[in-house]
Structures are given as C-alpha cells and as structure tokens.
Ligand binder design. Structure first.
Ligand SMILES: Nc1ncnc2c1ncn2[C@@H]1O[C@H](COP(=O)(O)OP(=O)(O)OP(=O)(O)O)[C@@H](O)[C@H]1O
Length: 474
C-alpha cells in the first residue's frame, strides 16, 4: 500500500471512530484492514465471519459514507474474511479475534458436545441434507405457551421408531420470522438421527429445488427420487420458497409417496398451507391433511427463558461471563421481536464484555442493543379474522359469506369482507376469490371497486368500515 493510501485509510478510520464512538469502534472496527482500492470499490478485510456479518448488517452504510467523504468516487465496499495465514503477528488486539472466533463457532457450547454431534452430521451430510447447526437441539429449545403443542408433536415424531404407526402426517409447523421453526426442525433431525435405526433428512426447500434441478441436468433424477423415498423422515424447512411447476410436481409426488408408504414428513413455513399461494391446490390440501400447528409470538417469559439458556450456554465456555438479572429482564421486556434478536443481544454483550474486559451492566446493555429494540409491528390480519368480524357485525354466518347466496343481506357484507381482505392483507385477488368460496378474481375486483366508491359517498358505510378495521387491528 502506498503512503497516500495509508494516510487516506487512517483518515477514514478517524472518521469512522468519530461517527460511531470509541467503544463501538474498538469493538467492531479495530481489526478491520484495508486490502486495496480499485476503481469504485474498496476492499476491506476482518478476521472473523462474525465481524463481517455484524459490520455488514449494522454499519455498511456508515463505512461507505466515511470512504465517500475521502473519495467521492467510491460506490462499493467489499468486505471479506482474512485467512489465518494472513493474520498479523500476535499483539494484544490479535488475541481478541481468536476469542471471538470461539464465541462464534461454539456459542459457548463445550467442545465435547460439538464432537458428539459430529457422527450425526456426517451421516446426514452423506444423505445430501442441508447443513445442521449443532446448537439447535431439543436440549436448547425453550418451551413456552406459544410452542408447547409444536414442541410436543416434534418430540413425538423424533422419538418414533421404524414401523410405529405415524400419528400426524405431515406435521406442518408455521410461525413468523425467527420464532423457532428451524430450531425445532433441526432438533427433530438431530434426535431422529442419533440412533442408527432411522434416516432423517433435513432439507431447506431451496436445497430440495437445487437437488432436483441438478439431478435433472445430470439425468440422475430417478436416483434422486429414489434416495428421497428411501428415508424414514423427511424434514423440509421454509416451504414458502418452493417454486417452479416441475419442482412442485416432484415435491407433491415425493410427499404422496412418503406418506402413502407410512414415512413421516415434517414441514415448516412462515404461513399456513392455505396461504401458500404459489402451490397448487392438491399440494395444499395434502399439507393441510395432517397436523397443522402454529407457533405464536414469543411471550416475555419465553424470551427470558431463551436469554437465560443462551447465557448458560455461553458460560460453559466463558465462565466469567455474567449477565445480571436486571439486564436479562430488561432484554426480555424490550426485545420482543424474535429469537434471532435475543441471540444477537447475548452475542453482543459477550463480545463487548470480552473484548473490553468489562462487566455487563444495564447501561452497557441499553447502549449495545439499542438498534434491536423495534417498534411493535402492525398486527398481521388473516382472511379468516376478516370473515369472522364481518359476519358478526352484519349478523350473518361465515358460511353465508362463502356461499353463492345473492340476497342483499349477504351480498353487501361479502363485498365489504372482500374489500377489507384486499386492503388489509397482501393476498392477491385470485387468492381472495378462492378463500371466499372459490369465486373468480373479477368478482373480487368488482366488490373492491364497489365498496371503494360507496365509502367515498356513504358516511354510514364509511364509518362501519372504519369500525371493522379498528376491530381487526386491535
Ligand atoms: N423456543 C426457543 N428456544 C430456544 N431458542 C429459540 C426458541 N425460539 C427461537 N429460538 C432461537 O431464535 C433464533 C431464530 O430461530 P429460528 O432460526 O429457528 O427461527 P425461524 O422460525 O426458522 O425463522 P425464519 O422464518 O427466519 O426461518 C435461533 O437462534 C433459535 O435458536
């Protein structure tokens, strides 16, 4: 690097330090190096994947702005992880990345526990499964009101033996982002594969698609299908991402073949089967034919339990790491969104207290997790809720709304309900039509336009609609 580049890099670091403050700078940027500048791109490196993803997620814009203040032509920051070979000679600072890498890789789990999962992982890899995270087991899954049923069903599936009657097939678990679906599915896989009797295969929907497309290209599709049908339990995560007509048809065949042969299928998605719009009706009804369980949002008690289990796991490896009760209570009360943010908060406190050799205090926690405290998201409204609330308001039944009856006392409430479904949900017109007794999308469009026009001039109807909206959003 030339002297000029060195100077410029020092100035950028100075700007960054001023912009984020000394503490944050030392925690996240002290080990960031400049690799080079080419045209409009700056290439930076950090010693760990953890640092890379952290900086990308939280400070990418800040870093770019500081560069642009020195070099306006820069439009892109490439951040990579340096290999161990390139690491500088050990200095006081250089001991931190190793420590941090340990945090990242084991998240506080004893090495022996990680070794114990290795054989399961190896046999699962051999089946062509998606990678498994050794931390996501039943032992680390915290049970609360919102996930008791899903947990019990998952446990039952995991503990089943070859030849046992299959009770719920498929087991379909749905929940919003970060509420523990992947954790539960991987727990089923770890537990199911820990004996040698059964083969449990965990695949993300993306991996399923990739496997199928790759098999078609190499003309080994038959072998791929046979391999899938030869397993005892098929676990598919993130089904909402399954796309493509032929992949879906293949998925449907696999599902039918496995279920008909008495094999277990476990599925997770971010919505119920009826809302998986891109899947065709046959797949949807097959999915809905087993046990469908929703995991609700994490209540405060459950959040506290997750935080405590994370701290306990970290302490197994970092005995001096201590998080006072008051801090845990604060985190459980304020980080309401999902499990991933809770995990992030503990990782941050751990990294911060280790790297700065400081105890965790409430003040430090407030500063460190500020950006994880998000405003409450507006409630997600479902079409069934709309039908229920509208039916109650107009004193008709839900089946009246779905029926083909055309009497005035049913037609208007039905149109109002379709209008609300279009304005308060992200569902498409055809999907809404399907959910209202299999109507055509043009009928829905007509209803939406009609109510829009009426609301603009009919004060009583407009107030009725507003009151329905309020009831749905409460
Ligand atoms: N009940 C729980 N017990 C312990 N950890 C949990 C629990 N619920 C969620 N978590 C943790 O929260 C994080 C996010 O969970 P997970 O990845 O399973 O969510 P997800 O529902 O699959 O999210 P996505 O929809 O983004 O795929 C993980 O670190 C997970 O371990």
């Amino acid at each position: 690097m030339t002297n000029m580049e060195q100077d410029r890099w020092s100035r950028v670091k100075g700007r960054l330090r001023t912009s984020v403050g000394e503490d944050v700078y030392t925690s996240w940027f002290a080990r960031m190096d400049l690799e080079g500048v080419q045209d409009e791109s700056v290439h930076l490196s950090v010693p760990t994947r953890f640092l890379k993803s952290w900086i990308q997620a939280h400070y990418a814009d800040r870093v770019l702005t500081c560069w642009q203040a020195e070099m306006p032509e820069v439009h892109r920051i490439d951040l990579t992880v340096r290999t161990a070979m390139r690491c500088a000679a050990p200095t006081k600072e250089a001991t931190a990345p190793a420590e941090q890498r340990r945090i990242e890789q084991t998240n506080g789990r004893p090495a022996s526990e990680l070794r114990a999962t290795a054989p399961v992982s190896a046999s699962h890899d051999a089946l062509g499964g998606s990678p498994l995270d050794p931390r996501l087991t039943f032992a680390s899954f915290v049970i609360g009101r919102s996930n008791t049923l899903a947990h019990a069903a998952a446990r039952q599936v995991a503990e089943g033996r070859r030849g046992d009657p299959v009770m719920f097939n498929p087991l379909y678990i749905h929940a919003g982002v970060g509420l523990g679906k992947t954790h539960l599915l991987q727990a089923v896989t770890w537990a199911g594969n820990s004996g040698s009797e059964r083969k449990v295969l965990y695949l993300t929907a993306e991996k399923f698609m990739y496997g199928f497309v790759a098999a078609l290209k190499t003309q080994t599709a038959l072998a791929f299908k046979e391999a899938l049908r030869g397993i005892d339990v098929l676990v598919i995560d993130d089904l909402q991402f399954l796309q493509g007509k032929s992949t879906q048809a293949e998925f449907c065949h696999t599902l039918n073949a496995l279920i008909d042969a008495g094999r277990q299928v476990v599925i997770a998605a971010d919505r119920p089967p009826s809302d998986l719009e891109s899947l065709d009706d046959r797949v949807r009804s097959r999915l809905a034919g087993g046990l469908v369980v929703e995991m609700g949002s994490l209540g405060e008690e459950l959040r506290l339990g997750i935080l405590k289990s994370r701290v306990a796991a970290a302490r197994a490896h970092h005995a001096s790491f201590d998080v006072p009760e008051a801090v845990l209570d604060y985190l459980a009360r304020t980080i309401t969104h999902n499990g991933r943010d809770l995990e992030g908060a503990i990782n941050r406190l751990l990294a911060h207290s280790k790297l700065n050799a400081q105890p965790v205090t409430l003040e430090m926690a407030e500063r460190e997790v500020r950006d994880l405290i998000r405003p409450q998201e507006p409630k997600r409204i479902k079409i069934e809720d709309i039908q229920r609330v509208v039916a109650r308001q107009y004193n008709v039944s839900r089946s009246d709304l779905l029926s083909s009856r055309r009497t005035a006392n049913v037609v208007r409430p039905r149109q109002v309900a379709m209008y609300l479904a279009k304005t308060l949900t992200l569902r498409s017109l055809p999907e809404i039509g399907r959910r209202f007794g299999g109507r055509d999308h043009t009928t829905v469009l007509h209803a939406v336009r009609k109510i829009e026009a009426l609301v603009a001039r009919d004060i009583a109807l407009s107030e009725e609609v507003e009151s329905l909206k309020r009831q749905l959003q409460e």
